[in-house]
Design a protein around this ligand. Structure first.
Ligand code: FEO
Ligand code: CA
Ligand code: CA
Length: 714
């Protein structure tokens, strides 16, 4: 008898996935309604890639030798160096100096290549206006939109929203979640969260249109973007966490789109493409926006991806002619004064008008690095990691000591990238090591992925598994730039890094089904890519299905696994396969690593991925096209349980699941509940969801834990 939960009938008419059109408008400026920005004919001219792979397309990764596994909270995690702690970079703030980094070990040191069964009983698909966790678990809201971040922030008053108040409060639409330990005993931690975008209809009572908002309200929305850093404390020795509510809380910080200054680093810093009237040197940007996913680095910083930045700009039609193709490749309209979804931020700050400041768009779309342990530090935008619609970035230390950041460009038919640092990682958190590691992302090699196939002739868009038993093949990392050198004909290194999509077009990168989160397992070095969906795959003149993107009009997405050659994450070639092809398991086009599909939870539109300490893969969804609310799922990725996907959690109506983050001790699962109640016609006055407080919907971060104190996965 199957224990697979039954599917629900669809709610209304789905757009992309089951996402409501209100989300499409506010989150990505109706990206799917616009022509695909990638209409390049990027036929590959490089070397022919070998197609010899094992039957499953999997070459076992070697041990990732450079990693020292184990959480600082456990025994034996002493810092690698006895050098003195930082002489207070943060402490420069004065009284009550903050140590630059606490005495915890390698922030990446936390995973085993576990293959055991997940212990929780999967929850069924549902459409409840609530957050649902398995029996034996509990959950609570950690922090919600409008809660205090900077000590002294006023309570949220939706009728009196100002830039000043929002700049101290928790921002809107939380996405990435990182939890970084602050002590060895696991009592304190820093929560770092992205605030991707705002939905003014769900924020401002009486909203009648963006033109009718006051400039102060526009600035409040700008301040609701960015990141928050919040000091947390564990509750009563359980897996529950809450914000520290009293005392100085020196780490607590808001970073906003409105006012925070960012330093550009790397080869494109200061280039002609980044210079504006306000910043003639091209080295200092104001603000970060549309920060989607991200990652925690081994040296205890947070990376954050600037994603759908295009929707914040107007005036593309008035930009210089030579700028227009570059703007268009990033989805910025060059023909209409106000592309749909414009937030009209140019009413508050004219730099969002490209007719006046055409380079301002080039100052967004980067990977941002924030040091949460140094609240006075200026965050950086790293040009060496390229500019595209960055979903996020996740770092691993390769076996040769270089650090590797994996990144997706979330757009239909865009690409998968990686960056390999020039310098090697220094272990430990001594002042010397940390100073060094903070420079690792400033110089290196940027690559884009080109895939080859084993069963190309058999791919017909139906998703039928090839006769060799796998969607699989080999691939190459094609070099775009290294240090100050361009590897793309006709483009300078500054152009390659600033207009990375155009550079990748030229070298024949593989067009993927919306690469979202990309994360390596720190235990095995294998890399997992969420390819969320692609409504246009194989439709009309768009590229046809291929072995890595095997379904026409792909509604449910797939997960790609990369195994780098020689187990070295800085290698220039790899094997790949699809362990999961998502959807209703009764749909013959789905695949769950060969696991018995009657025991698998239905899943649709994978977006964010994460690992627990046991090495299980956790996957959150955005836009479930199977009729259920979005959810969080987990599966082993090694051994006989590989592919046994189980649903752990669902979020309220209209929301998607972001984050997720499993703490290093495996006792807490954090998720960000983004855009609850974002349903067409809903407003803050007439909410479609009452979560979490019974009044109007508020995005919030939630923690779930096991009541018996055991590990949350296996
Ligand atoms: Fe912001 Fe690609 O999701
Ligand atoms: Ca194959
Ligand atoms: Ca996302």
């Amino acid at each position: 008898m199957s224990d697979r939960p039954r599917l629900l009938p669809l709610l209304g008419s789905p757009r992309h996935g089951n996402r409501d059109s209100m989300t499409c408008l506010y989150r990505c400026g109706n990206a799917c309604d616009h022509p695909v920005p990638n209409n390049s004919d990027n036929a590959y001219f490089g070397d022919v890639v070998s197609t010899e792979v094992s039957r499953r397309g999997v070459v076992r990764a070697g041990a990732v030798g450079a990693l020292v596994l184990g959480f600082a909270g456990a025994a034996g995690a002493a810092p690698a160096s006895a050098a003195p702690a930082a002489p207070g970079t943060a402490g420069a703030a004065g009284e009550g100096a903050v140590p630059a980094v606490p005495e915890v070990a390698d922030f990446s040191a936390r995973q085993r290549a576990g293959s055991g069964a997940l212990s929780f009983k999967p929850i069924p698909p549902n459409q409840l206006d609530n957050l649902v966790v398995p029996n034996g678990y509990d959950h609570s809201v950690v922090i919600r939109w409008g809660d205090e971040v900077v000590p002294g922030a006023p309570d949220l008053d939706v009728h009196q929203q100002t830039a000043a108040s929002q700049s101290k409060q928790f921002g809107y639409n939380n996405d990435f979640v990182g939890v970084l330990p602050l002590d060895r005993k696991g009592r304190r931690a820093l929560l770092v969260v992205n605030h991707e975008y705002t939905n003014e209809e769900l924020m401002f009572p009486g909203f009648t249109g963006h033109d009718a908002l006051s400039v102060e309200q526009v600035k409040a929305a700008m301040a609701a973007h960015g990141l928050s850093v919040v000091e947390l404390e564990r509750v009563d020795g359980t897996g529950q966490w809450r914000p520290v509510r009293n005392g100085r809380r020196p780490y607590n910080r808001r970073i906003t789109a409105l006012a925070t200054k960012f330093e550009f680093t790397g080869p494109a810093a200061g280039s002609v493409w980044l210079r504006t009237a306000a910043d003639p040197a091209g080295r200092t940007a104001i603000g970060t926006l549309n920060n989607c996913a991200g990652g925690v680095t081994p040296w205890g910083t947070v990376l954050s991806g600037e994603e759908n930045f295009n929707q914040y700009f107007v005036g593309g039609d008035g930009a210089p002619a030579e700028a227009k193709p570059k703007l268009a490749r990033y989805g910025i309209s060059t023909s209409a004064r106000y592309p749909s979804g414009s937030r009209k931020w140019e009413r508050a700050d004219e730099r969002f008008d490209l007719a006046k400041h055409p380079n301002e768009a080039n100052r967004h779309g980067w990977i941002v690095e924030v040091d949460p342990f140094d609240p006075d530090s200026r965050p950086r935008k790293h040009t060496a990691l390229g500019r595209f619609k960055h979903e996020g970035a996740n770092v691993i230390v390769a076996s040769d000591g270089h650090v590797v950041a994996y990144m997706g460009d979330d757009e239909r038919f865009d690409y998968l990238y990686k960056f390999v640092s020039d310098k090697k990682y220094l272990k430990g958190n001594s002042w010397v090591a940390r100073r060094h590691n903070l420079t690792l992302l400033e110089s290196g090699t940027l690559y884009v992925a080109k895939l080859d196939y084993t069963s190309a002739d058999e791919i017909d868009g139906s998703g039928r598994l090839p006769t060799d038993g796998a969607f699989n093949g080999r691939g190459q990392w094609i070099k775009l730039a290294r240090g100050n050198r361009s590897y793309v004909e006709g483009m300078t290194v500054e152009e390659v890094l600033t207009f990375t999509r155009l550079a990748a077009d030229k070298v024949g990168a593989t067009k993927m089904d919306r690469p979202e989160d990309v994360e390596p397992s720190l235990a095995t070095g294998k890399v997992y890519v969420a390819l969320t969906n692609n409504s246009n795959r194989g439709v009309g003149a768009n590229p046809k299905a291929d072995e890595a993107n095997p379904r026409t009009a792909n509604k449910h997405g797939q997960v790609l696994e990369l195994v780098e050659d020689r187990g070295n994450n800085s290698a220039e070639s790899f094997a790949w396969s699809l362990p999961i092809v998502c959807g209703d398991p009764t749909d013959p086009s789905t695949y769950f690593a060969g696991y018995d599909k009657t025991k698998v939870s239905p899943i649709s539109c994978p977006d964010n991925v994460a690992f627990d300490g046991a090495g299980n893969l956790w996957i959150s969804t955005d836009g479930n096209a199977l009729g259920s609310n979005d959810g969080l799922f987990a599966t082993a990725v090694e051994g006989p349980e590989r592919g046994h996907l189980k649903q752990f959690l669902t979020v309220p109506i209209g929301a998607e699941v972001c984050g997720p983050f499993i703490t290093t001790d495996d006792r807490s699962v954090f998720v960000a509940v983004q855009h609850p109640g974002e349903i067409n016609g809903a407003t803050i006055d007439k909410p479609a969801s009452n979560w979490p407080d019974g009044d109007f919907a508020k995005p919030a971060v939630v923690v779930a834990w096991r009541l018996d104190g055991g590990p949350v996965g296996s």
